[in-house]
Design a protein around this ligand. Structure first.
Ligand code: AMP
Ligand code: GLY
Length: 444
């Protein structure tokens, strides 16, 4: 790919409207090189005030209009937050000689959008992952479940907004998951093919790496908390809180993850003629037999991104540009040594049905706890502003209250104290982000 340098004033279009994108926009807006920041989604009250709303919808059935809008507004870099536009091929259609897109091509995004593709890639590259069987016929899948008593995980092969994996303790639960995915098609064609995996046990860790087609920059490992309830109970959510770095993977273990998982995955893609550019998210289970891959994602995690970017000291615009132009080797990426902890405040009823429009108070008081150094930041996910300026809830995950402190216990305590300053009817947050690892550390 032709090397182009970052313009002095780079115009950026940021796609996406959640907490991850608010954190990205916040970091971009601190770059001295940022020209105009355009947003596809300005309903989010925190994100919306950081840029201008782009009137051009993200619509892959009308590629010409998108290209023309980007040309007219002299967009230099398109930053894609969520997976759906990447899976639909936005990078392929918006990249030009002078305009770059942060995020992998459609072919490379299959590592997330097609779990059969990802599983086969891992098999060919001998990457440790859960054993799995692939089914496209409900009858054969049912017969397989009837013949296997042990717990399993039933997954939709396609994209299902992070809700397509069912961890099943009994065959009855697995049959129900199959019924939902393949017969009722709750996620549409994403459930036409399913995987039935062995259920792995251990702690989950997210390892994110910037990949520029050749070079890899491994970011510090994070731990997300997927379950709604404290002590990891209740239904899976998009993520209830994350902290970074996690002590669960030390430098030697990270080195092994890079050599045994990340490099082989990128090499295996390359052998299929696919160059990976963007962020590669590896969801790992730390099993008694070593780390095994649960999934790959082709984007930043949410809320991992909030915790990661809270620690970033360098210029995110420069980093995303270098990743998209194959020049990661030319830059240095610096992070604060301290720990960041993001605690998600969600609406009552989430991840099921919830009401919107509840008045939110206390965000300034929460941020004030971080002092002049901005050691507390409240990233907005599902919020909006009423006509009179009142801040309202507008989603399941509402806020990502993120704190930076010397170590995990103090970062978590600061984030929790900040959450206690924020009020909306039915607000819920887990107070125990990081507890499992803290218990483990104190056992030693
Ligand atoms: P996925 O969409 O594949 O990332 O799965 C979502 C969540 O389901 C993961 O974050 C895990 O908590 C859980 N999960 C997925 N696969 C497995 C597995 N093989 N064993 C145990 N838990 C799993
Ligand atoms: N935090 C999990 C994800 O973004 O997929």
């Amino acid at each position: 790919m032709k090397r182009v340098s970052l313009p002095d004033r780079a115009n950026v279009l940021l796609i996406g409207g959640g907490g991850r994108e608010h954190a990205i926009a916040h970091a971009l807006s601190r770059s001295p090189r940022l020209g105009e920041l355009w947003l596809t989604d300005t309903a989010n009250a925190g994100l919306g005030r950081l840029g201008r709303r782009s009137p051009q919808p993200v619509d892959l059935s009308n590629v010409f209009m998108m290209q023309r809008w980007c040309d007219r507004n002299e967009i230099d870099l398109v930053v894609v937050g969520p997976e759906a536009p990447l899976a639909a091929g936005i990078t392929d259609v918006l990249t030009t000689d002078r305009r770059r897109v942060f995020g992998p091509s459609k072919a490379a995004a299959q590592i997330e959008s097609n779990k059969v593709f990802a599983k086969q890639l891992m098999r060919h590259a001998a990457i440790p992952t859960a054993a799995a069987r692939i089914f496209s016929e409900p009858e054969t899948a049912r017969a397989y479940i009837h013949a296997h008593e042990e717990p399993c995980v039933v997954k939709a092969a396609g994209l299902a907004e992070g809700k397509g994996a069912f961890v099943c303790e009994t065959p009855a639960e697995a049959l129900e998951a199959l019924q939902q995915l393949m017969v009722s098609r709750v996620f549409g064609d994403a459930g036409a093919t399913i995987l039935i995996e062995e259920k792995l046990t251990g702690q989950e860790v997210s390892v994110l790496a910037l990949v520029d087609g050749r070079s890899i920059w491994l970011l510090d490992p994070c731990q997300d908390h997927k379950q709604l309830g404290e002590a990891d109970t209740g239904p899976n959510t998009g993520g209830m809180g994350a902290y970074c770095p996690t002590p669960l993977l030390d430098a030697a273990a990270m080195d092994a993850v890079q050599r045994q998982i990340i490099v082989p995955a990128i090499d295996a893609l390359r052998r299929e003629g696919i160059a990976y550019r963007g962020v590669l998210y590896t969801g790992l289970m730390l099993t008694p037999a070593g780390p095994k891959v649960l999934e790959f994602n082709c984007r930043f995690g949410d809320p991992e991104c909030q915790a990661l970017l809270m620690r970033l000291e360098g210029d995110l615009l420069e980093i995303l540009w270098a990743t998209s132009t194959g020049s990661l080797n030319d830059i240095t990426i610096r992070f604060d040594d301290r720990t960041a902890c993001c605690v998600v405040m969600c609406s009552e009823g989430y991840p099921g049905a919830y009401e919107k429009g509840k008045v939110i108070t206390g965000v300034e008081a929460a941020e004030a706890l971080g002092g002049d150094q901005e050691e507390v930041r409240v990233f907005h996910a599902g919020t909006t502003t009423a006509d009179d300026g009142t801040l309202l809830t507008n989603g399941g995950r509402v806020l990502g209250v993120t704190a930076l402190a010397e170590d995990l216990p103090s970062a978590r305590d600061l984030a929790n104290a900040a959450c206690r300053k924020i009020h909306f009817q039915g607000a819920y947050f887990r107070r125990d982000i990081g507890d499992r690892v803290l218990a483990k550390v104190s056992d030693r």
